[in-house]
Design a protein around this ligand. Structure first.
Ligand SMILES: Cc1ncc(COP(=O)(O)O)c(C=O)c1O
Length: 393
């Protein structure tokens, strides 16, 4: 029997007072407590196997400069092979402090000032800032959404951006907030198109392990497998195992020149060594974290069905996007006719905080909220109750 069963995750964990952004940050900002359903980390204790590894490392009293270890890389590669059938070599890998560093590094390395970079709204906010803040041109190719809330790619608009000279595309797979895991066929169609125009592709795969349905996750590196392909993926144990405060992520790339250029860019920014605790925690997660991860995924599947039931009961006009992956559910509340700022104000006044839809896209997110369901089920149910009160106020 898995000791990481429903009761383990139901217990949750008291996080207030740990300077965590999700609970303490928002109460400070709003000046009162709210039930936080926003920032994408989890209100679950991490696996004992990770805690033991960190505790063990604290027994040595020196925390000096520490090199990335081969064991840490090997643990990641065996995890990727075991869980996703992805075959990579140590030389295809580089460490990063976080995935956002990877997105920004990709933009700086693979494009010149003024070059076009394709993103697909609605998408995680830092995709936009990674392009804009670095003086590149955003080329927005919004996803297509049907009335059930199912999203697909619009390759016609991607091709238009390519014809206008786009040099790089930042892909989100699994997609936050649209909840899609792109299929082998969708990724193949996309990559063939980009390749035809000589456009590089960087895929943010940080949510790769949150597979909720019965379809497998497909990495872009399982589609574009050639050593010359200008493709990279970014991932991290930080989401999967709830280690975001430790700051460590991975860049995966078979193209030697592209990987070397990105490593050089990071080195120029002074990013060369890692965090000693992140390294031992990540290695333990990848070697010994499967039981925790499987228990957590079962818990999330239940959370999503509870959310769907509760929303249907309390707010029948809300459209909940089907969730193939991630723990971030995307809710279309446009039928209730509240302007985005009013939706945020009312929900906060009613003691709950979601991520506002416009964080993911000014137009494509207006009237939407994103709810983080990686918390005890009781929180998810309470959040929907407060959302109903806010909307009906
Ligand atoms: C799609 C996506 N990419 C990146 C990040 C942030 O990753 P990191 O903390 O490693 O920069 C998040 C966090 O929510 C995310 O959802």
């Amino acid at each position: 029997m898995n000791k990481y069963d429903c009761s383990f995750f139901d217990r949750g964990v008291e996080r207030r007072g740990t300077a965590c952004e999700k609970w303490d940050g928002i109460s400070q900002r709003l000046g009162h407590d709210v039930l936080p359903m926003w920032v994408a980390d989890m209100d679950f204790a991490c696996a004992d196997e990770i805690m033991d590894a960190i505790r063990h490392r604290t027994m040595h009293p020196v925390f000096g400069y520490t090199d990335y270890t081969d064991q840490c890389t090997q643990a990641l590669l065996s995890f990727l092979r075991r869980r996703h059938g992805l075959a990579l070599q140590p030389e295809n890998h580089a460490m990063l402090p976080c995935v956002i560093t990877g997105l920004k590094t990709a933009v700086l390395t693979l494009t010149q000032p003024g070059d076009g970079v394709i993103v697909q709204p609605p998408v995680y906010g830092p995709f936009y800032s990674s392009v804009r803040d670095n003086g590149r041109e955003l080329m927005e190719c919004p996803l297509h959404r049907d009335e059930r809330g199912h999203y697909t790619m619009d390759l016609t608009s991607v091709e238009e951006a390519l014809r206008s000279g786009a040099k790089l595309m930042l892909l989100c797979n699994p997609q936050n907030p649209a909840g899609r895991m792109w299929t082998q066929q969708e990724l193949t169609n996309l990559w063939q198109l980009l390749e035809r125009y000589g456009c590089a592709l960087v895929s943010d795969e940080i949510h790769m392990d949150f597979v909720l349905g019965d379809k497998p996750f497909v990495s872009i590196l399982s589609v574009a497998k050639g050593e010359a392909d200008r493709v990279a993926a970014l991932t991290s144990a930080s989401k999967t195992f709830n280690l975001a405060g430790l700051q460590q992520a991975s860049l995966l790339c078979r193209n030697k020149d592209m990987l070397a250029a990105m490593k050089k860019q990071m080195s120029c920014a002074g990013v060369t060594q890692g965090n000693v605790f992140a390294m031992v925690a990540t290695e333990a997660a990848h070697l010994h974290g499967d039981a925790w991860l499987d228990g957590m995924l079962d818990y999330l599947r239940k959370a999503y069905s509870l959310l769907a039931e509760e929303l249907a009961k309390r707010l029948p006009q809300a459209v909940l996007t089907p969730l193939e992956a991630t723990y971030l559910a995307w809710i279309d509340l446009r039928a209730y006719g509240l302007p985005p700022e009013e939706l945020v104000k009312r929900t906060n006044d009613h003691g709950v905080a979601f991520t506002e839809g416009t964080f993911f896209g000014k137009e494509t997110g207006a009237g939407f909220l994103r709810i983080n369901i990686a918390c005890p089920h009781s929180h998810t149910l309470e959040a929907v109750k407060r959302l109903e009160a806010a909307i009906k106020a």
